[in-house]
Ligand binder design. Sequence first.
Ligand SMILES: C[S@@+](CC[C@H](N)C(=O)[O-])C[C@H]1O[C@@H](n2cnc3c(N)ncnc32)[C@H](O)[C@@H]1O
Length: 278
Amino acid sequence: MLKITEPEYVLMKKYIEEHCGIYLERDKEYLIESRLSDLLSETGCKSFQELHLKARMQDPAGELRDRIVDAMTTNETSWFRDKNAWDYLTEVTVPDLLHRSSETGKARVWSAAASSGQEAYSLVMLLDEAAKERGLPSLSERVEILGTDISSSALSSAIAAQYDTIAMNRGLPQEKKTNYFSKAGKFWLFDQELKKRVRFEKFNLQDDFIFADFFDLILCRYVSIYFSETFKRELFSKIAGILKPGGVLLLGATESLREFSDDFEISYYKGAVINTKK
Ligand SMILES: C[S@@+](CC[C@H](N)C(=O)[O-])C[C@H]1O[C@@H](n2cnc3c(N)ncnc32)[C@H](O)[C@@H]1O
């Protein structure tokens, strides 16, 4: 594997942070070396300096940029990731969303770093179960779910909604597998009707948050860990700006907004941290 030099590391680190906000600490040279090695050979670049130059000067459509970003993002995810957070979503949020949607006709959720879709589809399953329990299966249709990610390959998987056995074995309870998936060759397909409940789009969290309406719930989980303090501050402020008052932001279990935002009331539910917009 080609080694990156110190000056090349500085250039690539800056480029990556500029285009997706991922902030690489010192000593992360191996990450660039390993994740971009295939791209180096495919593009015929003989050094990271050459790759950087190509990305800066010869990439008008941004194709190389997207491939670099795609390679540098960590798309690790699973079904119902973190029991505490999903207990909260099951016991508090889902009934609340169904209630809000029955009153106002609509509730809105954003899975803001959706990766390959497990987070958004986990929520769809919960909403479907809860609406059926109430004898109102169509109620869950009134909860609009938007799933976004910067990674094109993660988004393609989310849109395809088909998962291999390894992905299926990560956190999906057997009864949900039986009720919501069908086998197609080596893959498992998520329910084709329920799949339509999530609209997936490419979106960079660095961009301005221009949305048609405010959200009731935002899941922005296990992504701010990759960002600088400055970007976290900016991100949480933009999120606060598009959440309804009383709306909730859930972060990953290892993330916190305490030092970065005053816009939220922090509370706890069975160990999960709940950030409620003031
Ligand atoms: C570790 S995954 C988390 C997935 C899911 N939220 C979960 O908790 O399981 C982080 C995701 O954030 C996405 N991501 C990283 N930087 C981003 C950015 N600037 N804008 C949007 N998505 C980003 C990555 O592509 C990746 O899919």
